[in-house]
Design a protein around this ligand. Structure first.
Ligand SMILES: C[S@@+](CC[C@H](N)C(=O)[O-])C[C@H]1O[C@@H](n2cnc3c(N)ncnc32)[C@H](O)[C@@H]1O
Length: 183
């Protein structure tokens, strides 16, 4: 079972930039996760808290780079927030960015995340559980009547010795993670 919360939040302010987080989402997430020190947004857009990466230099991100190949060392961040375009078509039409490879950008996000750190995956559908991560909780984000709720899944990168729990089917599998083992 994955504990699920619902947050009802206002729309982001009107802007030419489409696809920004709802108002107060980041602040609530930051508080919910216990104020992680180093936060990364590989698909940064106009995110407000943490280090922003984006392919679009006009957004003045901290790093103009590709979320599929992040310029950071392994285990550098306490929290990584993924908010990619929802499809290749949306990527092209809204942002003029190339097709997405979810397996590759998720692997990069997990690589730069510290063990025990948080991976938040925001989108319009339930994401797959990444390797080395446990489900922690799910936040349904509701904006207004007629709007499809978004899902923000919170995963935790396992520390060595931390059992695998919170699987999709609800069972608790006691698999110990030891150095060098795949998850
Ligand atoms: C859904 S928006 C993120 C919005 C952000 N959460 C906010 O609140 O402003 C997706 C962003 O990812 C950027 N993007 C798309 N493909 C990318 C890639 N491969 N690497 C880095 N950024 C990318 C787009 O330019 C766009 O700004």
């Amino acid at each position: 079972m994955i504990p699920t919360l619902t947050w009802t939040l206002p729309r982001p302010p009107r802007s030419k930039y489409k696809g920004g987080f709802p108002l107060y989402f980041e602040q609530n997430l930051y508080q919910y996760l216990g104020y992680p020190a180093d936060v990364l947004h590989p698909f940064g857009g106009r995110a407000e808290i943490g280090v922003r990466c984006d392919l679009d230099a006009t957004l003045e991100p901290d790093y103009v780079c590709d979320a599929h190949e992040l310029p950071f060392e392994d285990e550098a961040f306490d929290c990584v927030v993924l908010d990619p375009p929802y499809s290749d078509e949306e990527a092209r039409q809204l942002y003029g960015t190339p097709p997405l490879r979810p397996g590759a950008y998720t692997k990069e996000a997990v690589r730069v995340l510290k063990r025990g750190g948080w991976l938040a995956v925001y989108g319009d559908r339930e994401p797959r559980r990444p390797t080395y991560c446990n489900h922690h909780s799910r936040i349904l984000v509701v904006l207004r009547p007629g709007h499809r709720p978004r899902v923000c899944m919170i995963f935790q990168k396992r520390k060595f010795g931390m059992p695998h729990y919170g699987s999709e089917s609800g069972e608790c599998m006691e698999i110990e993670l030891t150095e060098g083992s795949a998850a």
